[in-house]
Design a binder for this molecule. Sequence first.
Ligand code: CMC
Length: 380
Amino acid sequence: MSSTVTDTRGLAGQTIGETQICSVNQTQLIYRGYEIADLAANASFEEVSYLLLVGHKPSAGELAEFKKTLVGMRSIPQSVTDAITHIAQESPGTHPMGVVRTAISLLGHLDAECEDNSAEAELRKSMRLLASIPTCIGVHQRALEGKSPIDPDPTLDHAANLLWCMTGEKPGEIAAKVMDVSLILYAEHDFNASTFTCRVIASTNSDLHSAVCGGVGALKGNLHGGANEAAMEMLADIMKDTEDGSMTVDAWMQRAFAEKRKLMGFGHRVYKNGDHRAGILRQWGLKYAAEENASARKWFDLGDAVQGIMLDQKNIHPNVDFPCGMTYFAMGIPVPQYTPIFVASRITGWCAHIMEQHANNRIIRPLAEYSGPPLQQWNG
Ligand code: CMC
């Protein structure tokens, strides 16, 4: 960076627009006027989805109609099922986020309203994606396991149906509840990297599916949504070293600090005193482990040790991806599907922002300060 260029890397600390959807600050996380702990304790993911997409808390009648419509939109075209299955069989190493991105792109081709950016069509497209992404995740996971796809279950709510599509087993009450809460916590977070990507794409008058594909690409990275997988992989690494006696947790951490490693699931661009979502999810993860999987408790204990050292020595708090890794692991969810599940939730926030951008659009096109070579002659 030249000395004349201001340090604007990462747009840190800059407010670059306005939104009515969400407020992220040190003391609160608010979705359209409702605080996250209130929503996690008292709302369902479908209610939160309605709040984000439509703009207000649903009445009982509005919620019933919304849920019924979503259930009717869960199936995906056979050609999309075939494409996902083909990728799983021919290229099993493909990261599931790449599969979700491809599936959403295919769903766009097959959506008769793909090029219609009217508010009404965008709400319908948002709902179709919200309803069908769990089906795509399920088809892929089952194909990886050599199993046939199963139909979504119309009797199950959104979170329970997501687990059903992946496993073919009706989840218990606590599993469905923990998944529902995690989806609420992941649903929206103002101008995070993936949502900002969606808004940039939408601002060119591009379509909703294209914008969402961009959002998936941005979420995949381990500095953003991919951190929930990376956090669990890091914990597994520490567990291995501590269980085989080659290293204590403290020694592992000191080595990571000496190597200036980024510890996954820690830190946040906005929250400097802790992520409001992390404590909520940790509690639900612990509850799940206590009721359903006592052997998973050791991961939370290890997480507490890592968290204590991070706080004590670096003053850096865990973000939501840290307890998410442990919680989904306790629930038996395959690690590479953690970030696609984040997509199954954040699709609501992305679509709300795409609609908000289109409703009051101006192309997003900032400036860059040139720091390259001085002017010279090609033939000089
Ligand atoms: N491990 C070690 N050091 C860290 C970490 C971490 N996880 N996070 C921040 N730091 C250090 C950072 O290196 C910097 O040190 P220095 O001043 O010596 O260069 C200092 O803390 C301040 O960093 P920052 O300015 O707060 O970081 P940032 O805003 O540029 O980046 C972040 C934010 C989330 C990308 C970063 O904290 C990180 O890489 N965390 C690990 C990945 C992660 O968990 N991502 C999930 C983010 S939240 C939920 C989501 O989007 O999914």
